[in-house]
Design a protein around this ligand. Structure first.
Ligand SMILES: Cc1cc2nc3c(=O)[nH]c(=O)nc-3n(C[C@H](O)[C@H](O)[C@H](O)COP(=O)(O)O)c2cc1C
Length: 195
């Protein structure tokens, strides 16, 4: 029997909500993945500003979409057995709460659950520059078993569009979860020209 991978995608209130949208789209197209979604209050405002996508259309890509204040929803409990929790983009506010073990909404609680249950947790911050507080919080999350995957796309694939750049990070997130994908061009040494 082939089991589906349960992935909770959380979109928090950082610029770059397109990372969350493109990741959700990619996950929804994978046969062996069940994507679940939580969008923070702050992220909803930023989606209005940055993303030309109908929120209802986006929600429809997920198996279930939970409210960020619904602390009784399955992702709040380790017994719900999510295989991975991804926060993309991850605001530094949410990063700081995760580092401090604060679970004051469904996103921060799900992250705390992933860490305590030894499940995959991936945080995708966009913020720049970073203060010592942000950097130390990243070290704490990483030491606790989380993966810090900053939204810093590479250029060796000669991206032509914003989507190409976003998909580089989406591909890295999928790689980190062990999900096979061809969403971004991988480096091959015969791509070298004069280097
Ligand atoms: C237009 C806009 C862009 C923002 N961009 C960022 C950002 O890139 N990174 C960040 O950490 N916070 C950013 N913020 C601030 C967060 O939205 C704010 O700290 C919020 O409380 C985060 O809440 P959440 O983590 O629960 O989603 C932005 C806010 C606005 C209004």
């Amino acid at each position: 029997m082939c089991m589906s991978m349960k992935v909770l995608l959380c979109i928090s209130g950082a610029s770059g909500v397109i990372y969350g949208y493109r990741l959700l789209k990619a996950l929804s197209e994978m046969e062996n993945v069940e994507p679940y979604l939580v969008v923070s209050e702050a992220a909803r405002g930023i989606m209005d500003l940055e993303l030309d996508v109908d929120p209802e259309e986006m929600k429809a890509l997920a198996k279930t979409c939970y409210e960020p204040d619904d602390m009784g929803a399955p992702p709040a409990s380790g017994s719900a057995l999510y295989d991975a929790v991804v926060i993309a983009p991850c605001s530094v506010s949410t990063l700081s709460k995760v580092a401090a073990g604060i679970g004051d909404n469904l996103i921060t609680r799900a992250a705390a659950v992933a860490l305590k249950e030894g499940k995959k947790l991936i945080l995708v911050p966009r913020e720049t520059p970073l203060s010592i507080i942000h950097l130390q919080n990243m070290v704490i999350v990483s030491s606790a078993g989380g993966t810090m995957l900053p939204a810093s796309p590479a250029f060796y694939g000669n991206p032509k569009t914003i989507e190409d750049m976003v998909d580089h990070i989406v591909g890295k997130i999928l790689d980190s979860m062990g999900l096979e994908n061809q969403i971004y061009p991988r480096w091959e040494s015969d791509h070298r020209t004069s280097v």
